[in-house]
Structures are given as C-alpha cells and as structure tokens.
Design a protein. Structure first.
Length: 232
C-alpha cells in the first residue's frame, strides 16, 4: 500500500513503549508514542489514526477513560488494551468500552503485531464490502448484486469471485499479498485454499478478457496485481 497505516500508542513505561514503537515502525506502521492519557488525548485530536494501542494503567488519565474520549471522537477506530492486570473485571470493562482486543503483559511483540494485523484485516474487509460498485475499465462491477457488466453483457459472480475481485479492486495497481487474500477470504492459508484461489484467479481473468486494458498478473513470491484504470 502506498500510505502507511498510523498507530496511536499510549504507554507510560518508557522502555516498553520505545521498544514497541520501533518494532511497529520497522514492520511498516507509522507509530506515535504518548507517555500518559492526557498527552495521548491531546495528540489524538491533532492527528488521524487507523488503530489505537492503550495501556490501561497510566498516570493522569487511565486507558479506559482515554478510550471513552477517543470513542466520542471516532466511534469506529479499533482499540487494543495492554495491561499487567489479569482480573476478569478489568477485561470485561475493556470489552464493555468496545475494545477490539486485549493483551496481558508480558506478551511478545510478534503477538501484538498479529493482533493488529487481524483487526486491520477485519476493518479493511468491512470497508471493502461497503463500496457498492467499481468502474473497472469498461466494466461496471456491482459488489452488492455480484454482477460484472460490460455493454449489454451481464455476468453473475459467485460469492467467492465477488469477494476476490473486491479485494483486488481495493488494491488496484498494487500488489495483493497472497497470504493476506487467503486469510481475508478463506480464513486459512493452507494448500487446498491456495489452490482454490488460483482457480478463482483464472476464472476472473477469463471474465475480464473483454477489456484488453485490464489484467491480473502474478507477482512471483508475493501475490497478484490487478492492473486497470479504476474509478470510484
């Protein structure tokens, strides 16, 4: 993707905060670190973020209070809570506030990254489904009716064909990573699902051949790229 996703990170443990911020940035996420809830709130209202990671126990303003304030500004933004506590009441409180996930310290950086990626896949999948139609070269692709139309020719797509083409359109002229597509549509990236996706890619190529300006190419070792003039 051209634009890096932006993570809002509020953690009062300076060493842990710095370590995690550097790790997330190395993994391709622009990450802003704030040392307490007050500083976090002031930072949040100035910037646009894609996901929040909040420590629960912080000075000046705890993570639960900050989450309520964040939700009043952006009700849809995903939130992950970090805490050293293991009390059931705290976990329940976090989910009552609309937490998307919850990690208890100590945890591995890799686990946090996997949780972030899983949440962002769900969010992107939801946004992808909300796009009703794409103007794809000479085609009109209706994601709700699951139809691909060129001139007077209307093709009804299967659900999987529709989901895969939607994902390709959401990443048009970019590389759609193979594992990402498998986990988003098939949930599991095992061998049989991978072969199934290859079959659907072949089907989509045949359906799109009526417009020579459109092609789906293989990117070796990575995935696929839909090359097309695309309008919203």
């Amino acid at each position: 993707m051209d634009e890096k996703l932006k993570v809002f990170f509020c953690e009062d443990d300076e060493n842990l905060g710095t370590l995690l911020r550097e790790y997330l940035q190395a993994k391709g996420y622009n990450t802003d670190l704030y040392p307490d809830g007050d500083a976090g709130y002031k930072g949040f209202i100035k910037e646009k973020y894609d996901l929040c990671v909040l420590d629960v126990m912080m000075p000046k303003k705890d993570g639960f209070t900050l989450a309520q304030e964040i939700r009043s500004i952006n009700p849809e933004i995903p939130i992950i809570f970090l805490t050293a506590k293991t009390m059931k009441e705290d976990i329940l409180e976090g989910f009552k506030l609309g937490a998307d996930d919850y990690l208890t310290k100590p945890f591995s950086m890799e686990e946090l990254l996997l949780r972030i990626e899983a949440i962002l896949r769900r969010v992107k999948g939801k946004k992808m489904k909300e796009i009703a139609s794409y103007k794809l070269g000479k085609f009109t692709f209706d994601t709700q009716k699951q139809t691909l139309v060129i001139k007077d020719k209307v093709t009804k797509l299967t659900t999987k064909e529709c989901e895969l083409l939607s994902l390709l359109c959401a990443h048009v002229n970019e590389v759609l990573e193979r594992n990402y597509a498998l986990k988003t549509i098939w949930v599991d990236d095992n061998y049989f699902n991978a072969r199934s996706m290859d079959v659907y890619i072949t089907k989509l190529r045949k359906l799109l051949k009526d417009d020579p300006d459109i092609e789906i190419i293989n990117i070796h070792g990575k995935g696929y790229k839909l090359i097309a003039p695309l309008e919203g």
